[in-house]
Each structure stands twice: as C-alpha cells, then as structure tokens.
Design a protein around this ligand. Structure first.
Ligand code: ZN
Length: 146
C-alpha cells in the first residue's frame, strides 16, 4: 500500500499522487516491463515484490534551492520527497507524476549512480520505470491528467 502525504498544498501534486496510488499496480503496467532489463540487475520478480510490500509513509514537501537556477527538480531522503518550488509551478501533471514515481523508486530502495542522465542511469529502475509509468498513464488514462 502507498501512503503519500502532500504537505505542499499544490493540487497538481495531489492529482499526481492520486493517479499513482490508483494505477501503479495495474496488471497492464506491471506486464509492460516484464521483459525489460535494468542496468542495476534488479530481477522482475524482486521489483514486483518490492512494489507490493508495505513501506513507511512518505511526506511531500518543497525545497528552495540555494541557487535560483538550479536544475534539481526533486530529491528524496528519509521518507520525504522534496520538490524544487520553482520549476513545479509550470510543470504539467504528467511530469510531476514521472518525478514522483522516480522518487518513490528511491523510497523502495532502487538507486542510480549519479545525478546525470547517462545511458546507464536511464536504464535503472527509477529512470526507466517512471518513464514507462508516465507513458502508460498518457496512453491509457489521458483524461485523469487534466
Ligand atoms: Zn533519482
């Protein structure tokens, strides 16, 4: 079960949490990455088991970057997802959803090696699953993003 608590008051984050909670265990989504290889060598069954396990509640808050033009969109630590308060103002729900899923993967214990979008990193669970989930929602439930 997912328990994500939005402390930001941002309705786009509410919407992303609601779509995520409703669809992250959809059979169609889970089947969509059955034959995909991840660069961190996470086997499919262990990813599925992790997604189905109980995890502590997550709080969503904002952070203010030290540098105004920081490209950091979000970060995760200690059961907390922090969104950069500046870029999220113009982010569409589908992008917030992807970021939320990416950070959720960190909550589940999946990692990547640096904060650069290298070919290796783009094949890790956080990058790849969040991208697949965004595509799945856009193609299957586009009206929920409005
Ligand atoms: Zn990450």
């Amino acid at each position: 079960m997912l328990n994500i608590i939005n402390n930001t008051g941002n309705p786009k984050i509410d919407k992303a949490i609601s779509i995520l909670s409703k669809h992250y265990l959809d059979q169609a989504f889970l089947q969509s990455f059955k034959d995909i290889t991840f660069s961190c060598h996470s086997p499919y069954t262990s990813i599925i088991n992790t997604m189905n396990s109980n995890h502590p509640a997550i709080h969503v808050n904002y952070f203010t970057p030290h540098w105004l033009f920081s490209k950091a969109i979000a970060k995760y630590s200690n059961n907390e997802i922090l969104f950069n308060r500046f870029p999220i103002r113009t982010s569409p729900v589908c992008d917030i959803l992807e970021t939320l899923f990416h950070e959720l993967c960190h909550h589940w214990g999946f990692v990547h090696v640096s904060n650069y979008q290298t070919p290796y990193n783009l094949d890790t669970v956080p990058y790849k699953l969040s991208s697949l989930f965004k595509s799945y929602i856009i193609s299957s439930f586009p009206l929920e993003l409005l």
